[in-house]
Structure formats: C-alpha cells, structure tokens
Design a protein around this ligand. Structure first.
Ligand SMILES: Nc1ncnc2c1ncn2[C@@H]1O[C@H](COP(=O)(O)OP(=O)(O)OP(=O)(O)O)[C@@H](O)[C@H]1O
Ligand SMILES: O=C(O)[C@H](O)[C@@H](O)[C@H](O)[C@H](O)CO
Length: 179
C-alpha cells in the first residue's frame, strides 16, 4: 500500500512504530516485521543525539527535553519513508510523545506495543551483551510508560512468546488496526 492517508481495509499500514520499554524486543521484532511487510526498517535508537546515548549509558534516565528533538527526527523520518512503507523502533513511552509522532508522521501511524512483565524484560536485558542500556534503567522506563491501550491504531502483543509468534500476532492485529 502506498501513500494513503486513509488505510485500506485488510492491508498492512504504511507507517508502523514498534514501541515499548527497553528490552521489550523492539529492534528484533521491527526488523522481522519490516521484512514480512516489505517495508523499510529504521532503528530509532540510531537517531538519538550522542548526548542521550551517553546519558543512558551512565544510567541516567532521559527527560522530556532530551526526547523531544529525537521524537521530531523520528516523525520526519517516518514522513520521508511512508511512501515505500516503514517500520521504526521508538520507545514512545508517553501519550504526549505518541501524539506528537502522530502529528508529524505525515499521515496515519500504527503502533505495535510490546507488552511484558518486569521479570521477563529484566531477564532479556540481562542476557543481552554489548548494548548501551543498563538493566538499572528498566525501573524508570516502566514508571514512565503510559500504556497505549485504546488509542487509535494500536496493537498490543504479549512478548512472552517466540519472535515469529510475536511478528505473526503483530501482522494479524495491524491489518485491522484502523477498523
Ligand atoms: N521473543 C523473544 N524471545 C526471546 N528473546 C528475545 C525475544 N525478543 C527479543 N529477544 C531478546 O531480548 C533482548 C532484547 O531485545 P531487543 O534488543 O530487540 O529489545 P529492544 O526493545 O530493542 O531493546 P532496547 O530498546 O533496549 O534497544 C535481545 O537480546 C533479544 O535477542
Ligand atoms: O525513551 C527512552 O528512554 C529511550 O528511547 C530508551 O527507551 C532507549 O533508547 C531504548 O529502549 C534503548 O535501550
């Protein structure tokens, strides 16, 4: 599907954000989802200013003022890529952040929310190597999270299943996300 502000029924939306706290599987799921949908993939963490990454690496949570310029870049990237289809990772923890993304994405924007328990998130982060985000920041991520349940275009997927099962559930939800 290309460049439609109103999504066609039964089609995968042009612009999709895979959202959730650190360790929820955004990068893994978004990469595979993009392959399955034939969309471009954008790693939102790569758009963080260096100062943000440095802050998180030192175990300091980001604040709104750290995130607004990054969210602006993500919105602009989505607007630029939506004609070919795009899946982007972005924590999108607060409703105000998601609303800003909806305003700047150049058309409709779907969200896949990766939902999991603190125990599972912590275990997955603990097993991961070579990533800047310390497990110590998980608690602040969960405190900051405002769940997106009930917002337009949102698909909620339980992460306590295989990557392929998560991607299948996301695809199934996405085709009716704007019904
Ligand atoms: N369904 C799954 N089953 C088992 N392990 C998984 C699953 N999904 C992701 N993982 C693993 O969990 C860890 C976190 O996944 P990933 O890095 O994709 O999350 P993320 O949300 O992008 O994290 P961050 O935002 O901190 O970069 C990785 O080691 C990944 O391989
Ligand atoms: O909004 C935030 O606090 C950040 O985007 C984080 O969520 C991390 O970038 C990401 O999860 C990598 O670990």
């Amino acid at each position: 599907m290309n460049n439609h502000d109103i999504e066609k029924p039964g089609a995968i939306p042009d612009a999709i954000i895979v959202m959730g706290v650190s360790g929820s599987g955004k990068s893994s799921v978004a990469r595979r989802l993009a392959e399955r949908a034939g969309h471009d993939f954008i790693e939102g963490d790569e758009l963080h200013p260096a100062a943000n990454v440095e802050k998180m690496s030192r175990g300091i949570p980001l604040q709104d003022e750290d995130r607004w310029p990054w969210l602006a870049l993500i919105g602009a990237e989505i607007a630029n890529h939506r004609q070919v289809g795009v899946v982007v990772t972005c924590s999108a923890l607060k409703k105000t952040y998601r609303d800003r993304l909806r305003q700047t994405a150049g058309g409709s924007l779907a969200f896949v929310f990766l939902d999991g328990s603190e125990a599972l998130l912590s275990a997955r982060m603990g097993h991961r190597t070579g990533h800047f985000m310390p497990v110590s920041l998980l608690q602040s991520q969960l405190t900051t999270l405002e769940r997106p349940d009930g917002e337009p275009g949102v698909v909620v997927v339980d992460i306590d299943q295989s990557l392929e099962a998560i991607v299948e559930a996301a695809l199934a939800g996405l085709v009716t996300a704007f019904d």
